[in-house]
Design a protein around this ligand. Structure first.
Ligand code: C5P
Length: 403
């Protein structure tokens, strides 16, 4: 999991009961405990008899730092009622892996072991991550059970399609631990941008001089990617037009890769129809070579001159459209942040701009930013980019005209 992308407050302090039932994917549940703990969750594992055949209770106890519950008749719970003790105060129950049998028993409302009893007695949301052989997944009985569970308000995460432990290929693989942790983060994030469409730019641009050289900058893309992830978690459709970066695509984000500013402009304009918000985080090169040589330029002397011409300002162009979405700009400055940032906000006619002082250079995992809008300046505390991203989303959601 990429730290810069996480919103550290999304899951921190939440009590999550992780139900582990008896499928081979139970070994991934051990990693899932780690990923959830990494996000600051308080994880309590309920292990079925089948689950314990794959991974021992000791493993989950060591990873979660909490005792593991296996037995409905465990006298150590409140008045001998383990299911009540475990479910009390839980923010969510996640069953991962959820086997075909577990799904069937949950759909029927059975209560013949600790996990099913816990799920029946709960007063918190239930999420399930199915994991089974392709044929079991596709069987009409399983699909019926899933429809029943969905109708009961249970959230189904996955499954993925791919190679299975049994050697077959198809749907039924449990989502990876990091994908599930990310889904939990999204689950706990208020849906401030539900029904909205957001277009973002991120990363540097690369302006080719010849086939092997170009003009670029060290933007990592991390802030833009963290913001794209935060928008997706807040419930919006997200199109991310990205310059060349070495980052994975955040969950729920449609990514379009580009190199040059001209390509970025074209893809932004193509993604723009119906967009409610445009957030320009990319460090777009202000200039590009006037011509790009089709062949590698040979070394000829002590100096070399490359003529540069101005690139279009994508953000200013979008903000000037009569049907402009709500536009958010970024400004990284090395000095006079307030003057330059607010000046840019007004020059580009933006309702909101996020400024940061380049004290630490580009590419770090943390950021210190100030938000500028018509009301004035709003400094945010220094924090990981994922946390900063959520605060930017919250601010933007407050300013956004009602749909
Ligand atoms: O004027 P300056 O380049 O500092 O403005 C920065 C803001 O404008 C950022 O939001 C950046 O993504 C956007 N921008 C753009 N196209 C350009 C230059 C900057 O969209 N050619």
């Amino acid at each position: 999991m990429q730290d810069y992308i996480n919103d550290i407050d999304g899951v921190r302090g939440r009590k999550i009961v992780l139900g582990v039932s008896g499928g081979i994917a139970a070994y991934k549940a051990a990693e899932l405990v780690r990923a959830l703990k990494h996000l600051g969750a308080d994880v309590h594992v309920a292990l079925t008899e089948g689950g314990a055949r794959f991974v021992s209770a000791l493993t989950f106890q060591a990873l979660s730092g909490n005792r593991v519950w296996t037995d409905l008749w465990d006298g150590k719970g409140d008045a001998g009622m383990a299911h009540i003790a475990l479910g009390r105060g839980a923010d969510a129950i996640l069953v991962a892996p959820a086997t075909a049998d577990t799904l069937a028993r949950l759909a029927q409302g059975r209560a013949d072991d600790l996990l099913t009893t816990l799920c029946l007695a709960r007063d918190c949301p239930l999420l399930v991550a199915p994991a089974m052989n392709r044929q079991m997944w596709e069987h009409p009985a399983t699909q019926r059970n899933l429809a029943t569970l969905a109708g009961d308000g249970v959230l189904v995460l996955g499954p993925a399609t791919g190679e299975q432990a049994c050697g077959e290929v198809g749907p039924g693989r449990m989502l990876e631990p990091e994908e599930l942790a990310d889904a939990m983060l999204a689950f706990f994030t208020p849906k401030l941008l539900a029904g909205r469409k957001v277009v973002l730019t991120a990363g540097p641009t690369f302006e080719a001089i010849d086939p092997v050289r170009g003009v670029t900058n060290p933007s990592s893309g991390k802030m833009g990617y963290a913001l794209a992830a935060a928008c997706a978690r807040a419930g919006s459709a997200v199109a991310l037009v990205s310059g060349p970066v070495a980052l994975p695509t955040p969950a729920g984000v449609r990514r379009v890769d580009v190199a040059s500013a001209l390509q970025m402009r074209d893809e932004v304009l193509a993604a723009l129809p119906d967009a409610d918000v445009f957030i320009a985080v990319a460090a777009v090169a202000d200039y590009r070579p006037a011509t790009t040589s089709p062949h590698k330029i040979k070394k000829t002397g002590e100096t070399m001159t490359v003529e540069l011409v101005a690139n279009p300002d994508i953000l200013a162009e979008v903000a000037a459209r009569p049907d402009a979405p709500f536009c958010v700009g970024f400004a990284a400055e090395s000095q006079n942040l307030d003057d330059y940032a607010e000046g840019k906000r007004q020059a580009k006619r933006l309702p909101m701009l996020v400024g940061n002082l380049l004290a630490d250079g580009l590419g770090g995992d943390d950021n210190t930013v100030v938000i500028y809008d018509a009301e004035g300046r709003h400094p945010l505390p220094r924090a990981p980019k994922g946390f900063v991203a959520r605060q930017i989303v919250e601010h933007l959601a407050r300013l956004l005209p009602q749909a």
